[in-house]
Design a protein around this ligand. Structure first.
Ligand SMILES: Cc1ncc(COP(=O)(O)O)c(C=O)c1O
Length: 397
């Protein structure tokens, strides 16, 4: 909220697609906890599943049948994931997938893309150094330079920079959001995901897709299904835990068997595969059938096309994918982080403040996605578009 110059909203409760703050104000919520709540807030089936699980104990430190069922659900949806390891957060899952990739390749360098976010582990909290394809520098105070020295940051959609990084460094893994949503939604340019697949294979590096946002959201099997490109390892989270802390990483059984205790790559977590989180995840995934994805895509398209109409003749770009959307305050389409950073952040901030005043809660940052849920009905979309028409008129007055 500081980015848009406003006090934060303090939440009392969530109901479907709405947030209610401590003063009783209601907002159409387009953040939805930054992605997990694909069914909306306090969905009765999810709440009941969590309550039922809690009554049988909140954590065991031992395997459960439900955990196996969730793994089977994931494997059925994401064919590149034969076996997976659960964690409690996307940060842990991404960090552990990188550790596994390093062990499998015997190499250390990791390539990531500028503007992508893979959680807050030291090595991935890196930003580009001074030159193209050079080793990265810490993106936060407190991250030792030695920790980011094994990371190379290249611009998204930049074929030459990727080729140089792979040619100049012994790369263990290229880690990418196959549908980036942490610089706003910036889909891959035509052929870029295929290039990632071919170039990593050629270089002997692994391709790790971070589907923490896109997984189980943009399609049953995530962005890898939507775009038809299979990675070596996949990182998942958010929707997987249905609003409780669950995440995972997975891939072919032969690769995953390197993880301890079956293998020699250490990884562990006291609450990994927590029964409450697994129950919420299973209850959520059960609802996500083909019809649900069709409805989610239709709602997103309706919202996107309404916003696009307001953009005509104005410096506004609407980038969207099923279940995700970003309104860029830019005269040009955005294809990388430099493009997102060049947006009119003041206009975006004014827009967000105007929307909040009208009872609509968009993500209060230009570098984030709107998260569409199945609880966003026609009335919520209409309310949002009406607020957007007035808010944009105010911003561009
Ligand atoms: C693509 C991506 N990867 C990883 C993470 C980290 O997940 P968590 O916040 O669960 O640690 C996020 C969080 O937003 C994310 O968007």
């Amino acid at each position: 909220m500081r980015q848009i110059g406003r006090e934060p909203v303090f939440v009392d409760r969530g109901e479907g697609c709405e947030l209610v703050d401590v003063d009783g104000n209601r907002y159409v919520d387009w953040v939805c906890s930054w992605g997990p709540l694909i069914l909306g807030h306090a969905e009765p089936e999810v709440v009941a599943a969590v309550a039922e699980a809690a009554a049988r104990g909140t954590s065991y430190g031992a395997a459960t049948e439900a955990e196996v069922e969730l793994a089977e659900q994931v494997a059925a949806r994401v064919p590149s994931v034969e076996m997976l390891r659960m964690t409690s957060s996307g940060t842990e899952a991404a960090m552990s997938a990188v550790r596994l990739a390093r062990a499998l390749t015997g190499r250390e360098v990791v390539v990531k893309f500028a503007g992508a976010y893979h959680g807050h582990s030291d090595g991935l909290l890196a930003e580009a150094g001074s030159g193209l394809a050079t080793l990265a520098i810490p993106a936060s105070p407190g991250v030792p330079a030695a920790q980011t020295a094994g990371t190379v940051v290249v611009p998204w959609n930049d074929r030459d920079a990727l080729a140089r990084a792979l040619a100049e460094h012994p790369v263990a893994a290229v880690v990418a959001e196959p549908l980036p949503a942490n610089m706003g939604v910036v889909p891959a340019a035509g052929g870029f995901l295929e290039l990632l697949r071919d170039a990593t294979r050629e270089a002997g590096a692994l391709l790790v897709f971070d589907e923490v946002i896109s997984g189980f959201r943009v399609a049953r099997g995530g962005a890898q299904q939507l775009y038809g490109v299979e990675p070596d390892l996949t990182v998942m989270g958010k929707v997987l835990g249905g609003g409780l802390p669950a995440a995972a990483f997975g891939g072919p059984a032969a690769a995953m068997e390197r993880i301890a205790p079956a293998g020699d790559v250490y990884q562990a977590g006291t609450l990994s595969g927590n029964p409450l989180a697994v129950a919420a995840g299973l209850a959520t995934l059960r609802r996500l059938d083909d019809d649900a994805y069709a409805r989610l895509a239709a709602s997103t398209a309706r919202l996107a096309s309404g916003l696009r109409e307001f953009g005509a003749g104005r410096p506004l770009q609407v980038a969207s994918a099923p279940g995700l959307l970003t309104l860029f305050f830019s005269g040009e389409p955005v294809s990388d982080f430099a493009g997102a950073a060049a947006c009119d952040l003041e206009a975006h901030a004014r827009f967000c403040r105007a929307m909040l005043e009208r009872g609509v809660y968009p993500p209060p940052s230009q570098f984030e996605a709107w998260f569409v849920s199945l609880a966003h009905d026609e009335a919520a979309i209409e309310r949002t578009l009406a607020a957007a028409a007035e808010s944009l008129a105010e911003v561009f007055a």
